[in-house]
Design a binder for this molecule. Structure first.
Ligand code: ME8
Length: 501
């Protein structure tokens, strides 16, 4: 059995989740669900990043202690993910003792290996990025990402000797040419490394809100320096070497393009410095933009996942996130766009097919679904669709996977339009057409289940099938002929009522 360990970035607990953070999380969830469906042993990790100045400032502004504040915020993230049917196996909070232990263990290794040194940091800092800036990074004196003022920091800090890792990183990426997907983002990471790496300040004395530095307790670790290690904490790093080695380094990190430098430059170097293999895969996603700007917690242009679920339903929202913005590209977020996609793919195609088939099975077959025709044209279409859908999920391309799956829906609708079973007398010809349409729907429900788990389960139920599509295995259970026939097919209310555009 293959293994699949996938992670999202851990989100800052400075504010509530928004559609942008939902985008990464839903993509990770769908990929995790796909891998479970093909029988991989899967571990899906998400969580909240709770240290750092940004979180401490947000707590102070709300008259709460950082601990109270992060308790509340991490709970909001959990609730948002529950509402989006996110099937994480572990939700990590960086304030947990298990994480503090892992961070101290990991950084003590780096220290013992001689890759830290004490120095004075003086420079500019953007609290929203939790990142240092050079003058050349600024636009009109402001952080180019958040358009906010930066602060001048001066502190005695420990530094990580990142500059020692430039050549090793380049060599590693040469040996692992597919580590970063898409290739444009790989080039971006290589560009950063080739431009020359400065040592980075990794501790703070100005705050106590962080993980204590084990060899010098007057310091706490800089938030990014503790956050990245969450990926190790969750698999028992430092405490359970068997579990750790079982999952590491074959991890798949999903991350937004804003945090390439931390994940694709710092993180592999940190792993090398601590004496472990760098993570094997990075999927870098783009941003959801609203009127050309990144949707952000600090940007005032957020739409909450809860609002989208209330408006469109959870699966329609998930479908939109997965279908409309290819992983790696930027996407435009607009209600018009979501509605257009909803009407085209969900109301007109999928919803219409389910309604049509169940109605005609009701009128021509007494509501009992016939068996599929083994020689139906749709059987070849289905085989091709299963192969294309699988290849696209495997390549981390949910939008292509769904596009492929929807081909089977369109072809089945076309087949019904050609044969018009509703106009014919009941009999073997009608049974063959309807049985094949039911079988196509069964396969669609299976293939779409990583994207739309609740809808797939509902279609499954309406077809008279027992169990849950998520318990099946692809490709075996997606082979033509799996629908036995003789089952009661339910005519339910429209799955996706058409919306006004
Ligand atoms: O960076 N469109 O946390 P964060 C698409 N704590 N994705 C978006 C997005 C948008 N408009 N806005 C955010 C941090 N994201 C750190 C991570 S990991 C060890 C530490 C997604 O709360 C995207 O994946 O700012 C981005 O990388 C992530 O949220 C950043 O979330």
């Amino acid at each position: 059995m293959a293994r699949f360990y996938i992670t999202t970035p851990i989100y800052y607990a400075n504010d509530a989740p928004h559609v942008g953070t939902a985008y990464t999380t839903v993509n990770a969830d769908a990929l995790a669900r796909w891998h479970r469906l093909i029988g991989d042993e899967t571990k899906f990790l998400t969580g909240t990043d709770e240290h750092g100045q940004k979180v401490a400032d947000a707590a102070a502004k709300n008259d709460q202690s950082p601990q109270e504040w992060t308790d509340l915020k991490s709970q909001q993230f959990r609730q948002a993910w529950e509402a989006l049917d996110i099937s994480y196996d572990d939700f990590i909070r960086t304030t947990e003792p298990r994480h503090h232990r892992a961070v101290q263990h990991f950084l003590q290794k780096i220290h013992d290996n001689g890759y830290t040194e004490l120095g004075v940091y003086q420079g500019l800092y953007c609290v929203s990025c939790e990142d240092y800036k050079k003058e050349s990074d600024l636009v009109d004196g402001l952080c180019a990402i958040h358009l906010r003022p930066v602060e001048l920091l001066e502190e005695e800090n420990y530094f990580f000797k990142l500059s020692a890792f430039g050549d090793r990183l380049l060599q590693w990426y040469e040996d692992h040419p597919d580590a970063i997907v898409p290739a444009t983002k790989r080039n971006e990471a290589l560009g950063i490394i080739k431009a020359g790496l400065d040592d980075i300040s990794i501790t703070r004395t100005s705050t106590k809100w962080g993980v204590e530095v084990p060899w010098d307790p007057a310091h706490v670790f800089y938030v990014w320096y503790d956050a990245l290690i969450n990926y190790l904490t969750a698999i028992g790093y430092g405490e359970d070497s068997e579990r750790f080695e079982y999952w590491w380094p074959a991890v798949h990190h999903l991350l937004g393009k804003d945090i390439i430098r931390f994940h694709c430059v710092w993180w592999p170097a940190m792993c090398m410095a601590a004496g472990i293999e760098p993570p094997a895969h990075f999927f870098v996603s783009g941003w959801l933009l609203v009127s050309g700007e990144k949707m952000a917690k600090s940007g005032g242009n957020q739409v909450t996942p809860a609002a989208m679920v209330a408006e469109y339903g959870v699966d329609a929202f998930r479908y939109h996130l997965l279908r409309d913005t290819p992983l790696g590209a930027d996407g435009d977020f607009s209600f018009e766009g979501v509605t257009a996609r909803y009407n085209a793919d969900l109301a007109n195609n999928l919803g219409n097919l389910v309604a049509r088939v169940s109605t005609v099975v009701g009128s021509k077959c007494g509501g009992i679904g016939p068996a599929p025709d083994p020689s139906s044209r749709l059987s070849a279409v289905a085989a091709e669709v299963v192969a294309d859908t699988s290849a696209a999920w495997e390549a981390g391309q949910p939008h292509l996977a769904l596009e492929a799956t929807w081909r089977l829906i369109r072809e089945t609708n076309a087949e019904l339009e050609t044969s018009e079973p509703w106009k014919s007398e009941p009999g073997p010809a009608v049974d063959a057409v309807l049985g094949s349409a039911l079988e196509a729907l069964r396969i669609v429900a299976l293939l779409a289940s990583p994207a739309m788990p609740a809808t797939s389960a509902e279609i499954w139920r309406r077809l008279g099938l027992t169990g849950d599509p998520a318990q099946c295995r692809v490709p075996d259970d997606a082979a033509w002929g799996g629908y036995a026939g003789g089952l009661t097919v339910e005519r339910g209310s429209p799955l996706f009522p058409r919306r006004k555009e």
